[in-house]
Design a protein around this ligand. Structure first.
Ligand SMILES: [Zn+2]
Length: 198
């Protein structure tokens, strides 16, 4: 246990000023008598705190009541006067790492070139439209070759068109082709019966 009163008080206070709770170097520290000796205060640890010299000077021989007032007026964020000596200059450090994190992003920007190449996918969609035309042309060509063996009903026509696409075709697509056959006048539907004009 430190024997000198100031060392003892600093040890008990964890090396911090009693009032502002900032790290308190021994050469900036002094002993404050809460109840001033001039007012009958004792010299023991019960009446003494280690604090910044500046606040000790300020409090001087104030009454306990006045000292309470000074402390309470700080509203829990007590800063000893002119205690810049042991203020940590930390705030500058955190800002530096962030630009380094931002820096890699421009590297990610190079993938934007492939992205600009992605607008090319419209080409496949443009190709899919010809596909439908191709399907329609395929159906017409197939019906032409059938001659008299063409499907006679709407139902068999649908089945025939579906069978032309062994890799799979949706009912909606088949229906669209049949509608298009009618729209182009190549097929005439009367009730369930189908007539051709290919
Ligand atoms: Zn202090």
């Amino acid at each position: 246990m430190p024997t000198k009163p100031l060392d003892r008080l600093l040890f008990v206070q964890g090396g911090l000023c009693f009032f502002c709770k900032q790290p308190l170097p021994r050469d900036s520290a002094s002993i404050e008598h809460l109840l001033a000796i001039a007012k009958g205060g004792a010299n023991g640890d019960d009446n003494c705190v280690a604090c910044c010299k500046t606040v000790n000077t300020l409090l001087g021989s104030m009454s306990i009541k006045q000292k309470f007032e000074v402390v309470l007026n700080q509203k829990g964020h007590f800063r000893c006067p002119n205690n810049t000596g042991h203020l940590p200059p930390k705030p500058i450090a955190p800002t530096a790492p962030t630009p380094i994190v931002v820096a890699p992003k421009p590297v990610v920007a190079s993938p934007t070139l492939p992205k600009s190449a992605k607008p090319t996918p419209p080409k496949p969609t443009a190709a899919s439209a010809p596909k439908k035309v191709d399907r329609f042309a395929m159906v017409v060509a197939n019906l032409k070759t059938r001659g008299n063996s063409r499907p006679r009903t709407l139902k068999t026509l649908t089945t025939t068109v579906t069978a032309l696409f062994p890799k799979g075709i949706s009912k909606a697509e088949v229906a669209a082709i049949v509608r298009h056959l009618q729209a182009t006048g190549k097929v005439k539907v009367e009730g369930e019966k189908v007539a051709y004009q290919l």
